[in-house]
Design a protein around this ligand. Structure first.
Ligand code: KIV
Length: 263
C-alpha cells in the first residue's frame, strides 16, 4: 500500500512536476472508491450544500453537518489526504472561533487539514490556524461563499489582485491554494510564482493539481454544470436504467425469481 498523502508529499510532487489529483467526497462509499483509485486529496467540500442537500448555494452548510460528512469520509481513507472545508461564518467572526472550528475537523472528524475561502482578507485567520498546527489550504478566485458579493458565480480576472492574494496566503502559512474560476494564463503565472502547490478548478492545465466535484464529474446529478466540468462517467443514466429495470421486473413478476428466495 502507498504511504498516506501529507503536506510534505504534496510539496515534493510540485517540486518533481508530478500532477496532484483531488476530488470532493461526502460519504463513506464514495470516499472509499476515491481512496482506492489513488486520488491524492479528498476535500469534503461545502459544495455538499448544493450536490447532496439540493440547495442553491453553499451558504447554509453548518459545522455540525460538515463534521458529520468529514468523519464518514475519514473512516474510508487510507491513502488520500482528507481536507475539511470550513463553512460560511465558521471562520469570519473571530480568530478564536476560527481556530476552534478548524481544530474540530482534526479532533472530531479525522481530517488532516482544513480549507477556507479568501485571500489577503483572511491571512490573519490562516496564520492563526497554521500556528495551532492545523494545515490550511487557501481558496482564491471564484469563492462560492462570496456569491452575493461577487454578483453570481463569475470568473475572476483581476490579475494583480489574484497574484497578490496568492502570495499573501502563501506568506500567511497556507500549505496549498485552490485556484477557482481564473483564466488559465493567470493561474499559470500564479503557479510559477508560488512554492506551495496550486490546485485548479476551472483554472486550466498549468496548475500543480486539479480538483472537481465528484457528483459533477461522475454525472451523478443532472444539474447544469460549469464549462470546466468534464463528465468522466454517466452514473445518473446507469442508475436510471437499473431503476427502470427494477420497476419493470417487480411489476412483471420477474423479480424476485427462485434464486433470490429462501427455501
Ligand atoms: O466546496 C467545494 O467542493 C470546493 C471545491 C470545488 C474546490 O470548494
Amino acid at each position: 500500500m502507498q504511504n498516506r498523502v501529507t503536506t510534505t508529499s504534496l510539496y515534493k510532487m510540485k517540486k518533481e512536476g508530478k500532477k496532484i489529483t483531488a476530488l470532493t467526497a461526502y460519504d463513506y462509499p464514495f470516499a472509499n472508491m476515491v481512496d482506492a483509485a489513488g486520488i491524492d486529496i479528498i476535500l469534503v467540500g461545502d459544495s455538499l450544500g448544493m450536490v447532496v442537500q439540493g440547495k442553491e448555494n453553499t451558504l447554509a452548510v453548518t459545522m455540525e453537518e460538515i463534521l458529520y460528512h468529514t468523519s464518514m469520509v475519514s473512516r474510508a481513507c487510507s491513502y488520500s489526504m482528507v481536507i475539511g472545508d470550513m463553512p460560511f461564518m465558521s471562520y469570519q467572526t473571530s480568530i478564536e472561533k476560527a481556530v476552534e472550528n478548524a481544530g474540530r475537523f482534526l479532533k472530531e472528524a479525522g481530517a488532516s487539514a482544513v480549507k477556507l475561502e479568501g485571500g489577503a482578507d483572511v491571512c490573519n485567520v490562516i496564520s492563526a490556524i497554521s500556528r495551532a498546527s492545523i494545515p490550511v489550504q487557501a481558496h482564491i478566485g471564484l469563492t462560492p461563499q462570496s456569491v452575493h458579493q461577487m454578483g453570481g458565480f463569475k470568473v475572476q480576472r483581476d490579475e494583480d489582485r489574484l497574484m497578490a492574494d496568492a502570495l499573501k496566503v502563501q506568506e500567511a502559512g497556507a500549505f496549498s491554494v485552490v485556484l477557482e474560476g481564473i483564466p488559465s494564463p493567470i493561474a499559470a503565472k500564479i503557479t510559477k510564482a508560488l512554492e506551495i502547490p496550486t490546485i485548479g478548478i476551472g483554472a486550466g492545465s498549468d496548475c500543480d493539481g486539479q480538483i472537481l466535484v465528484i457528483h459533477d464529474m461522475l454525472g451523478i446529478s443532472n444539474r447544469t454544470v460549469p464549462k470546466f466540468v468534464k463528465k468522466f462517467a454517466d452514473l445518473n443514466l446507469a442508475a436510471q436504467q437499473g431503476l427502470k429495470q427494477y420497476v419493470d421486473e417487480v411489476r412483471g413478476g420477474i423479480f424476485p425469481s427462485k434464486e433470490y428466495e429462501y427455501k
